[in-house]
Design a protein around this ligand. Structure first.
Ligand SMILES: [Mn+2]
Length: 417
């Protein structure tokens, strides 16, 4: 990410901070997986949004009072012995160029610097990114630890969640953010095509997963989330991640996948028949879901709400299932459609978002109706990523094969090419 983008993000962030407050944004840490191994590092997305840097245990600090707005980035020290094991560490000058932050200080000095800042000015509010995703987690995050240690020393301090500021900012995308999502989508498309080309009845799901990930790895990207590659009944499990079963003849295969480029996520679902041709019933269900997907996309524009498009999708899915004799009573639709119509997309695959506010131009959301019919062994979901505009929306995933006819044509002819 270019520094001009993050400089602009920080400008907006600083404007929204209360006067007489400090913000401390931690970059997240490395978590042990086993013995001396760590899970891959995932940067705190707010930290990344504000600095463009992806390193563990950094802290970005902003001081804002009537006289000054100053910012400091606390970073690791250069450590030549450590660098022999884990590679080159960017210098302070390089970190400054990357982020556009002039004042760069070693993290060992954080506590002292912070204490002197607090001694100088009577700050009453500190923003920390304490937003906790998981209710059941049994560890405290670096953000929580930071908040706890500050409260111990300065019990009068009011800790505000930094996400109050960052969530609305991250919600509306700048042009460069759309470009990155678009790049992630184009590699996702390649992965989906590779899966469709290689699919044959009696293949194992894992082989198709490998084919999808081949394109992601080759492009130097990451997965936005663990790819869901589900044959037949496995598609009924919304977050099916095992991918280790043989896909039988005449089964549908549901791919819910996404590449992530510079942490900007694609999130796309396509469903296709492993053998290249939908059965009559599969086709009927597919076309109902497609109609819901297309009608919702036509309806979306600035000012529309999730609640409205949810109702629209549900009405179409309900009528469709009723017409083909699967549904007897409207209220039973929840048996066949049991997730929401979509979510915000950005630096997180499920980008934090207030679901009650009306859509704004510049937001990117997914549109993903689905039907899951156990008795028919059919699971269909069709998911696109759309950019909201004043007058409607732009389908960022428009190049990804979607209609049943196009899928069949591609499976039967295109895959040979
Ligand atoms: Mn999704």
């Amino acid at each position: 990410m270019k520094s001009e983008h993050v400089v602009n993000n920080r400008k907006k962030f600083k404007e929204l901070m209360d006067v007489n407050s400090i913000a401390l944004i931690h970059s997240n840490t490395l978590y042990t997986s086993s013995a001396d191994m760590n899970f891959p590092f995932e940067v705190d997305r707010d930290f990344y949004y504000l600095t463009g840097i992806e390193k563990p245990d950094f802290i970005y600090m902003v001081e804002k009072n009537a006289d000054i707005i100053s910012e400091t980035l606390f970073v690791y020290r250069k450590d030549t012995a450590q660098e022999k094991w884990t590679g080159y560490r960017l210098s302070e000058k390089e970190l400054s160029e990357l982020s556009g932050i002039k004042n760069i200080i070693s993290i060992d000095k954080f506590l002292n610097v912070f204490a002197s800042v607090m001694a100088k000015t009577f700050y009453k509010t500190i923003y920390i990114n304490t937003q906790i995703i998981s209710a059941w987690k049994s560890y405290s995050t670096p953000h929580e630890q930071l908040a706890e240690s500050i409260l111990k020393k300065y019990p009068y301090i009011h800790i505000k969640n930094a996400s109050e500021i960052t969530v609305p900012l991250r919600l509306v995308k700048e042009d460069y953010e759309i470009e990155m999502i678009q790049k992630a989508i184009s590699v996702t498309n390649k992965g989906i095509l590779r899966v469709m080309k290689s699919a044959r009845p009696d293949m194992n799901e894992i082989e198709l997963k490998a084919n999808f990930e081949y394109e992601i790895v080759k492009a130097g990207m990451k997965n936005s989330f663990l790819p869901i590659i589900a044959g037949g009944q496995n598609g009924l499990t919304l977050h099916y991640e095992e991918s280790n079963e043989v896909i039988e003849q005449d089964s549908l295969i549901l791919l819910d996948v996404g590449a992530s480029y510079k942490n900007y996520c694609a999130d796309v679902t396509r469903t296709f028949p492993i053998g290249g041709k939908f059965t009559e019933m599969q086709r009927k269900v597919y076309d109902i879901v497609l109609e819901a997907n297309e009608e919702v996309i036509k309806y979306i524009k600035d000012g529309v709400t999730f609640r409205e498009i949810e109702a629209l999708a549900k009405a179409i899915l309900t009528k469709g299932l009723y017409d083909i004799g699967v549904l007897k009573q409207a209220k039973d639709i929840n048996k066949y459609y049991y997730h929401t119509i979509g979510h915000s997309l950005g630096l997180d695959a499920h980008d934090p978002c207030d679901r009650l506010i009306p859509f704004k131009a510049g937001m990117v959301i997914t549109v993903e109706p689905g039907l899951y019919i156990k008795e028919l062994n059919v699971a269909v979901r069709i998911e696109d990523d759309v950019l909201i505009t004043d007058a409607g929306c732009i389908v960022l995933t428009q190049n990804i094969i979607k209609t049943a006819d196009d899928i069949e044509k591609f499976m039967q002819n295109g895959k040979k090419a």
